[in-house]
Design a binder for this molecule. Structure first.
Ligand SMILES: Cc1cc2nc3c(=O)[nH]c(=O)nc-3n(C[C@H](O)[C@H](O)[C@H](O)COP(=O)(O)O)c2cc1C
Length: 359
């Protein structure tokens, strides 16, 4: 079996991508990332001018990250970086479109392409001008052009339609979620150093948001989609692919756990595919769409506890708001006339003793 995927003009060794963030913000860091198992690297967002972020601008937040990171080396320095890079991993130059007009963004892209970039991406928190930018870029550039979208676009289908008709080659989603606020309860001060204390949330808590978003984007467009947001390992990478992603991006997990996470996920994917006799990841891409089409909903399902598996730990009973679970001599049991079939007991049972059947 092979994990390799065709993406833009590249053949990637695997679908895993280091997306825009501090780990791809300088030549040295990009070279370091290129020695990891990541199949593709996006540069940190390239702005027209160098910028610094008021500190602190990155904080661990209960296993996720908060960031108010708009730091960037200068554009001229980026041109030198792209020009001097000699790496095997494909690289996409990511342009922070929100600071410039569509014309200026494409001018930046042209210079990055002249310096050696083989693909560009435009990122904008307010993507009203993104399709205009793509339209101009497709006229003036010979390399593939992609975009990265922020979460929660209310007019998603309209945005996607205009991007596709502008000729976009791939779509990545999503940026970190925000703005959000976190507060030090001792002092009342915001935790982050940005002027109004606001920040953006990334990492494991945003996975379900990203999955739904990728699912909706991938079923609407035919171009490849890169799923980013909350991927922490092989299981969440598989979920992204099943939601419809061709590429799977990460920033928070490699920041917290190191770039080795790319080879851990790569090995996990190989093991999964080998075990399930999957020849190509494309055969499970979008699988969830099929499952959703085929599923039947039920109102009459009730929980059952397998007495042979139940360890009588009581976890199920402590969360059963319908008071349907009682301790017995050797195991807990469910009163089916009281159970409402919500599923919460199953999700907290450490022994896998809960199943569901028609009542
Ligand atoms: C510290 C930090 C800096 C980031 N900087 C950028 C950036 O410059 N441009 C951009 O498009 N996204 C940026 N992102 C967003 C990530 O590329 C990614 O979309 C988001 O963090 C969700 O993925 P994750 O949950 O794997 O981190 C940044 C994220 C973090 C955590």
């Amino acid at each position: 079996m092979s994990l390799s995927v065709d993406f833009l003009d590249f053949r990637l060794k695997n679908p895993l991508m280091l997306t825009e963030g501090p780990l791809s913000g300088t030549k040295e860091l990009i070279e370091k990332a290129s020695r990891s198992a990541a199949g593709l690297i996006f540069t940190k967002g390239i702005r027209p001018k160098a910028a610094l972020s008021p500190v602190p601008y990155i904080r661990k937040y209960q296993g996720s990250l908060l960031n108010a990171d708009w730091s960037c080396i200068g554009f001229e320095q980026w041109i030198d970086v792209i020009h001097s890079l000699d790496i095997e991993t494909p690289l996409v130059a990511s342009i922070a479109k929100n600071y410039v007009t569509p014309d200026q963004a494409v001018e930046m892209a042209e210079k990055l392409v002249q310096a050696g970039s083989r693909a560009v991406s435009f990122v904008d928190y307010k993507p009203v001008q993104l399709s205009e930018t793509v339209k101009i870029a497709k006229r003036r550039l010979t390399v593939p052009v992609m975009v990265k979208l922020p979460p929660f676009l209310p007019d998603l289908e309209e945005v996607l339609t205009s991007l596709v008709s502008a000729g976009v080659d791939a779509i990545a989603a999503m940026d970190s979620v925000g703005p959000v606020l976190s507060i030090n309860a001792e002092t009342g001060e915001p935790l982050m150093g940005s002027p109004d204390g606001s920040a953006y949330l990334s990492g494991k808590y945003i996975l379900p948001v990203a999955l739904k978003y990728i699912y909706e984007i991938a079923r609407f467009v035919d171009v490849p989609v890169v799923g980013v947001g909350g991927v922490t390992g092989c299981d969440s990478a598989l979920q992204m692919i099943m939601a419809g992603a061709t590429g799977v991006g990460m920033v928070t997990t490699p920041m917290l756990k190191g770039l080795e996470v790319f080879s851990i996920v790569e090995n996990g994917l190989i093991e999964y595919c080998t075990e399930k006799s999957i020849e190509k990841l494309s055969s499970i891409r979008g699988l969830t769409r099929k499952k959703i089409r085929e599923r039947k909903t039920s109102l009459s399902v009730r929980a059952e506890i397998d007495p042979l598996l139940c360890t009588s730990c009581g976890a199920c009973r402590s969360v059963c708001y319908s008071l349907a679970i009682n301790p017995g001599v050797d195991s807990y049991s469910v009163r089916k006339d009281t159970c409402v079939g919500c599923g919460l007991c199953d999700s907290v049972c450490p022994a896998g003793a809960v199943s569901f059947g028609e009542w």
